[in-house]
Ligand binder design. Structure first.
Ligand SMILES: NC(=O)c1ccc[n+]([C@@H]2O[C@H](COP(=O)([O-])OP(=O)(O)OC[C@H]3O[C@@H](n4cnc5c(N)ncnc54)[C@H](OP(=O)(O)O)[C@@H]3O)[C@@H](O)[C@H]2O)c1
Length: 380
């Protein structure tokens, strides 16, 4: 479909394999990259028959995030699109984004880790603006649906002549759900890292959840709680909707355990905050959790899980204005489809240099259509 090269680093991991399959099925002819030659070769052989035509069969490359030169060599031109699913991103993420920035290329990733997301926007973004690189971080279940739901809610309010200034966005999963080895390894980084919210038009820092939760009425008798997390919405949505002054993102996938998780996050966050010792404890925890790769819920388990994301918009004095609820495929299927779609869009559409969220990168209409094609649609 395009002569631009799409390179998937981390292709042999759990999310990487699902993403590779989505890319091959879409005819993107991805270069599947990983640190083990045998594993990427086996994966390419397995996926080749799924390519719509022989010319879109996948290629392979070997690169290790611990060897920056090998990742730089993956990118041949500034038109290339590098997609990374190598996590934890606070540990391994810099190598791929640095390579894309230096080459002036396009970059997407599957991270959900707040410190990394913030670094992409605040540190790598200005460098990308200078080299021509286009950076789109957190392009999975975390945090595309919330950006989409939030932007749809803001647009609805604008069209009704009642502009919203505050958004509350909740992320949930309906049905049975398991997590992948990579999510397990990165989860500590999501729940325990210094967190942030958007208040009064500025990013404010805070530690972990503070034990707070908030209930969302999700229809059909579902009143589910989330705990506050730092997403990409706080940094990304103001790029397309500068008037939104307050944004809070709430994570509810722990289900009935969410309140306990909020308190546990606060306690562990306090440990993580101890200068020096906290950092060491976090690194040890990540390394322990990150030893196994490539594991995650099987197709049957994924088929029984649904993504549910809700954005609620309020006016300047706190009056509720509108609610947008999106429902769609399981988080891992959605992440794979999103990364494949985003890579194809980045390969074929002009995007301004710098760091972007999903809405300002591709436009709200295109994002809404692309997500609808994956089955992520507004039900309220
Ligand atoms: N945003 C979201 O909604 C979302 C959804 C899914 C996943 N994620 C995130 O995506 C990341 C991957 O998740 P996952 O479940 O796919 O993890 P995983 O199965 O553990 O895979 C990790 C991948 O990283 C590779 N890797 C690790 N260290 C590397 C290095 N030094 N050089 C090159 N490759 C290296 C592994 O290679 P080997 O195969 O050789 O071990 C594997 O391919 C995690 O951070 C996870 O939190 C986010």
């Amino acid at each position: 479909m395009t002569s631009v090269r799409i390179i998937l680093l981390g292709a042999t991991g759990y999310t990487g394999r699902l993403t590779a399959e989505a890319m091959v099925r879409a005819g993107l002819a991805p270069v599947l990259a990983g640190r083990r030659h045998d594993a990427v070769a086996r994966l390419a052989d397995r996926l080749a028959p799924l390519a719509p035509q022989p010319s879109s069969e996948p290629g392979i490359a070997v690169a290790d995030a611990g060897d920056p030169g090998s990742v730089r060599r993956l990118i041949e031109s500034a038109d290339d699109v590098l997609v990374s699913t190598v996590g934890p991103f606070v540990e391994w993420g810099d190598t791929a984004v640095e390579a894309a920035v230096d080459a002036g290329a396009a970059y997407l990733d599957s991270t959900g880790e707040p410190p990394f997301i913030r670094r992409v926007f605040e540190d790598f973004g200005p460098r990308a603006a200078a080299t021509g690189a286009r950076l789109i971080t957190a392009f999975g279940y975390d945090y595309v649906p919330g950006n989409l739901a939030g932007a749809l809610a803001l647009r609805r309010c604008r069209r009704a002549g009642r502009p919203a200034t505050r958004l509350d966005i909740g992320y949930f999963i309906e049905g049975s759900f398991g997590i992948s080895s990579g999510t397990r390894a990165s989860a500590a980084g999501v729940l325990l890292a210094p967190s942030y919210a958007r208040r009064g038009g500025a990013l404010v820092e805070r530690r972990a959840s503070g034990g707070r939760t908030r209930a969302f009425d999700l229809g059909r008798g579902r009143s589910w709680k989330g705990l506050p997390v730092a997403g990409s919405e706080h940094l990304a949505l103001p790029l397309s909707d500068p008037d939104v002054a307050d944004i809070e993102v709430w994570l509810g996938w722990a289900g009935k355990w969410t309140p306990a998780a909020a308190y546990a996050g606060t306690a562990l966050g306090a440990v993580a905050a101890v200068p020096g010792a906290g950092d060491r404890a976090m690194r040890a925890l990540r390394q322990r959790l990150g030893r196994t790769t490539g594991e995650g819920p099987d197709a049957a388990s994924r088929a029984s899980a649904r993504t549910v994301v809700q954005a609620e918009a309020f006016d300047a004095v706190g009056r509720p204005l509108t609610t947008v609820r999106l429902e769609g495929p399981s988080p891992y299927d959605l992440t794979a489809e999103l990364l494949a779609w985003g890579a194809a869009m980045a390969a074929t559409h002009a995007i301004a240099p710098g760091a972007h969220g999903p809405v300002d990168a591709f436009g709200l209409d295109a994002l809404e259509r692309g997500c609808a094609d994956m089955g992520l649609v507004a039900v309220a």
